[in-house]
Design a protein around this ligand. Sequence first.
Ligand SMILES: *[C@@H]1O[C@H](CO)[C@@H](O)[C@H](O)[C@H]1NC(C)=O
Ligand SMILES: *[C@@H]1O[C@H](CO)[C@@H](O)[C@H](O)[C@H]1NC(C)=O
Ligand SMILES: *[C@@H]1O[C@H](CO)[C@@H](O)[C@H](O)[C@H]1NC(C)=O
Ligand SMILES: *[C@@H]1O[C@H](CO)[C@@H](O)[C@H](O)[C@H]1NC(C)=O
Ligand SMILES: *[C@@H]1O[C@H](CO)[C@@H](O)[C@H](O)[C@H]1NC(C)=O
Ligand SMILES: *[C@@H]1O[C@H](CO)[C@@H](O)[C@H](O)[C@H]1NC(C)=O
Length: 675
Amino acid sequence: MYPCYLFLYALSFGILSADRLCVTRARRSSMASATEMVKLSFQENHVVVNNGIVQITLSNPEGHLTGIQYKGIDNLLEIMNDEPNRGYWDVVWSPPGSAGTKGTLERLAGTSCEVVVETEDQVELSFSRTWDSSDEGKLVPLKIDKRYILLRGLSGFYTYAIYQHLEEWPSFNLDNTRIAFKLRKDKFHYMAMSDDRQRNMPLPDDRLPGRGEELAYPEAVLLIDPVEPNFKGQVDDKYQYASELKDLRVHGWICKDPSVGFWQITPSNEFRVGGPIKPELNSHVGPTTLAVFASTHYGGSDMVIKFSQGESWKKVFGPIFIYLNTVSDEEDPLTLWDDAKNQMSIEVELWPYDFPASVDFQYADQRGVVSGRLLVQDRLISGDDCISAKGAYIGLAPPGEAGSWQRECKKYQFWTEANEDGYFEISNIITGEYNLYAWVPGFIGDYTNSTIINITSGVNIHMGDLVYEPPRDGPTLWEIGFPDRSAAEFYIPDPDPIYANNFLTNDSNRFRQYGLWDRYSYLYPDKDLVYTVGESNYNSDFFFAHVLRKTYNDTYVKTTWTIKFNLDNVNESEAYILRLALASAHQSNLQVRINDLNKDPVFSTGKIGGDNAIARHGIHGVYWLFNIKIPCNYFYSYGENLIYLTQANNQSRFQGVMYDYIRLEALPTSIVKKF
Ligand SMILES: *[C@@H]1O[C@H](CO)[C@@H](O)[C@H](O)[C@H]1NC(C)=O
Ligand SMILES: *[C@@H]1O[C@H](CO)[C@@H](O)[C@H](O)[C@H]1NC(C)=O
Ligand SMILES: *[C@@H]1O[C@H](CO)[C@@H](O)[C@H](O)[C@H]1NC(C)=O
Ligand SMILES: *[C@@H]1O[C@H](CO)[C@@H](O)[C@H](O)[C@H]1NC(C)=O
Ligand SMILES: *[C@@H]1O[C@H](CO)[C@@H](O)[C@H](O)[C@H]1NC(C)=O
Ligand SMILES: *[C@@H]1O[C@H](CO)[C@@H](O)[C@H](O)[C@H]1NC(C)=O
């Protein structure tokens, strides 16, 4: 009875339109025709979907994944865990006004199950629950609709969810949301998230007291007596595996006997938050694989999604694809990673999918396109000419201030990179109102265009040539670093040998080693860093993070870095501009003094940041730019001048900033007049 009944029900309530039921999947059909049809069956408290390649079992009506059967393995998920603790959607939420980023963890459980689509080619299930005032304080005030899709002929399944907050529901904070998969620890031992970060992994037991020793925070554990002795002396910390969202499209695990890969593929970043370079967790010891849709990681409490009463909101997270693959016994199981990358490219190509049956998921023909060219005009570099914004990141995000996208976490964002000549095209944009934002490697600041871009179905908006004029008031006297929102070009020390992870030795991963914050105190035991313009080299003489110094008595004290430079020939200068671009800040107060450390600072940031990138082995968190005007009488007109940079907050050892780039500009009267 259920299919017909549900179909009619769905049609009459407008949940499905008829054409959505006969979606053609031409691109997949050749693959599908030779394979078994998708079958659905109900068992006591469970729903089972099978396409002859993979079988998934879901608890009914909760909608937790309790089983994934593939290639003769009865269950890829951890059978030692309780059923709700194998494959599940969850949120962390807190009452409105809560400080910080912690809250209540809630595993999202449905109260009803519906068959949304059941054809030979596709089964889509919905596990949903609503909210009413009797749930106040107990359940997150959201309507939840979790979907699972199995297609014919495909080695894997899709999942997505629709969250909705109704106007009349109470305000609350959403700290993070994700889907988590706990795989079998007796099977999955090899983890991969990029070509240069993949390896055999320690066991979860290795982290337990006796085998592991907790370091500066619970996530970081020194393996002192691991089951496999070759991990002895390594640090395990899930944050060492974080990746920027733009690079985080496929990650997962390999079982070598039999050869089976379990991969989480995210074909679009549109539903993730914080822009393309926000770092995020993915896979880690467990064996665990996550698809994090929203979180405060590397962003801090600014990334908590705050809902107020009277606010109606709806968002589709996903679909993401769980891809399973295998090779014959003769082949190297590690080639499963290459195949997974290939499948990721296929999924990206197929985006936006044409089969999810929720009306809230927009198909390609419902979306819009924006294109144009971005140019940069910095008159002190190229006069009246513009230069192409090669490699610029260009995105649409909800209307806001310049740079607001990096803290935006409620809606959708669409990003692309400009080509050599600055041309860009952003396609498949969900309908709605946006601003266009950009930043350009090599230049400071943020571009934004205040024109509201209204995306309607099928529009193709040509923006023409857009010109970004980065902050600039006078010629550069000196600069330190390269402006690209990262501290990677600065000096990244070797880790303390007792914490070294030998698989992070590739240069591009050095910053992920544990405990680098304390290497500053090792390299600068008594005196702080001094950087002499013209003599020092920022690759080797400028520590990548301005951290606190650990003293002999284990307190962490504030540090003052000095930039030494000579001035001459600046008689006509009216003032100076110090451009301080930060790649990260954590509960810091950065103070700037000129020539006299005992005077009041000429500038203080005040307490800023909470991205925790220093403790989380990041190379950046959230970007900050401070443009500090310094009257000329602060400097000596000739000879040596000093700029002191003090990070003055030392309540906890992880406070500090990372610089992206520092520049001093002179503002001679003649130049001020010219522009
Ligand atoms: C380091 O990683 C890069 C990027 O994946 C790769 O091209 C290079 O070969 C690696 N170097 C070593 C020494 O493994
Ligand atoms: C955007 O388009 C929609 C649909 O045509 C319309 O309702 C809305 O008023 C438009 N918004 C703006 C700012 O033009
Ligand atoms: C904003 O975009 C419009 C085109 O939509 C363009 O005419 C205008 O010059 C842009 N503004 C800036 C500041 O680039
Ligand atoms: C620890 O050392 C710092 C600086 O060396 C000093 O300022 C502080 O008072 C000392 N704290 C204690 C508890 O001895
Ligand atoms: C902060 O620094 C002062 C000395 O400047 C020291 O007395 C204090 O113990 C430090 N705080 C922490 C938490 O280490
Ligand atoms: C700066 O002023 C000094 C003293 O007044 C003068 O000797 C020098 O030539 C001036 N330099 C420039 C570049 O104007």
